[in-house]
Design a protein around this ligand. Structure first.
Ligand code: SIN
Ligand code: FE
Length: 314
């Protein structure tokens, strides 16, 4: 089963006891290890409830009828909201959405500071997103489609081996959010490399020097590849090749997962192949986690790929 479900009771008991006792520490470590092993940690009832008024705005507000934005993002480090069409949205509505996203981001961070205690803050808070658009039947280019099985990679923001942990919340009042997930990371990598993608290799001295110069003069902004470590380059190719491989999409092993209204889940999306087939209205907060902080560091994709390459890739 790709899903590891944690009831409200189990969670409350573990978190109320804090870092107090050995059994609790062991319990939280077990949850982190499940995540690292590629399971989706699922909370049938979200541990991060959203204030009633905020929820009402998110489900009925102006922002939901615009088809212009794919994704509304909140960037906590700059306290910035992007993806809202400023021309058609009243400033008051934008300000309200901004405040809602700020609150959401802070409350997920507060929860995960406790839940991810074994990682001892070795993570950074990345972007949050609001996903008001129906996922079924969206008209997007292949690489942007989220209904094709894929692992996540950021085209312009390489993580240099840090892991992509995403916390989701299905805020739709009555409908499930419907995903499919694929096989474990190492297995999927084996289906693509070597063959469809080259096994990752460390940069040559020349390539390293070239990237350093490009970064020094700012050219890496125009050519995102120049920002990427060999690890990031491989992860980007894996994302693209998986989505573009029609035979893989048609034939690969998959499992359906439906997330209930009002539920939350979290998953390392750079390793767990996933796709969203249907659903509307979700919130999501991304964290970048230091692979060295893992309870099982050998499960991090950078470790898996470096073992395969026989060399350092970041
Ligand atoms: C994705 O990360 O591919 C989309 C997941 C979702 O919006 O449910
Ligand atoms: Fe994804």
């Amino acid at each position: 089963m790709p899903v590891y479900s944690i009831s409200r009771d189990e969670l409350d008991r573990a978190l109320a006891a804090g870092n107090g006792g050995e059994p609790i520490r062991a319990q939280i470590q077990k949850w982190c290890a499940a995540l690292e092993a590629g399971q989706i940690v699922y909370f049938p009832q979200t541990p991060v409830p959203i204030p009633e008024g905020d929820l009402k705005t998110l489900l009925t507000g102006e922002q939901t009828d615009s088809r212009l934005h794919k994704n509304i993002a909140y960037k906590p480090n700059r306290d910035e909201l992007t993806g809202v069409d400023e021309k058609t949205s009243p400033p008051e509505a934008v300000r309200e959405l901004h405040a809602i996203m700020r609150r959401y981001s802070a409350s997920v961070e507060e929860f995960l500071t406790r839940f991810l205690a074994p990682y001892q803050h070795r993570w950074t808070l990345d972007y949050a997103s609001y996903r008001p658009i129906e996922e079924h039947g969206r008209d997007l280019s292949v690489r942007k489609r989220n209904d094709l099985l894929h692992t996540d990679a950021f085209p312009t923001r390489p993580t240099k081996g840090w892991r992509i942990l995403r916390f989701f919340h299905n805020i739709h009042p009555t409908r499930t959010r419907d995903w499919v997930t694929g096989e474990p990371f190492a297995k999927v990598v084996g289906q693509f490399a070597p063959g469809k993608i080259a096994v990752p290799q460390p940069d040559s001295g020349l390539a390293r020097a070239g990237k350093q110069i490009a970064q020094a003069v700012g050219l890496d902004k125009a050519v995102p590849q120049w920002k990427r470590t060999p690890y990031d380059e491989f992860m980007m190719q894996l994302h693209n090749t998986m989505k573009e491989d029609a035979a893989f999409q048609a034939e690969c092993v998959r499992e359906e997962v439906r997330f209930a209204p009002g539920s939350s889940w979290m998953v390392y999306t750079e390793t767990v192949p996933h796709a969203v087939l249907a659903g509307q209205y979700a919130l999501e907060q991304t964290f970048l986690v230091d692979p060295a902080a893992m309870v099982t560091p050998e499960s991090a994709p950078v470790a898996v790929l470096e073992k395969m390459a026989g060399a350092k890739l970041v």
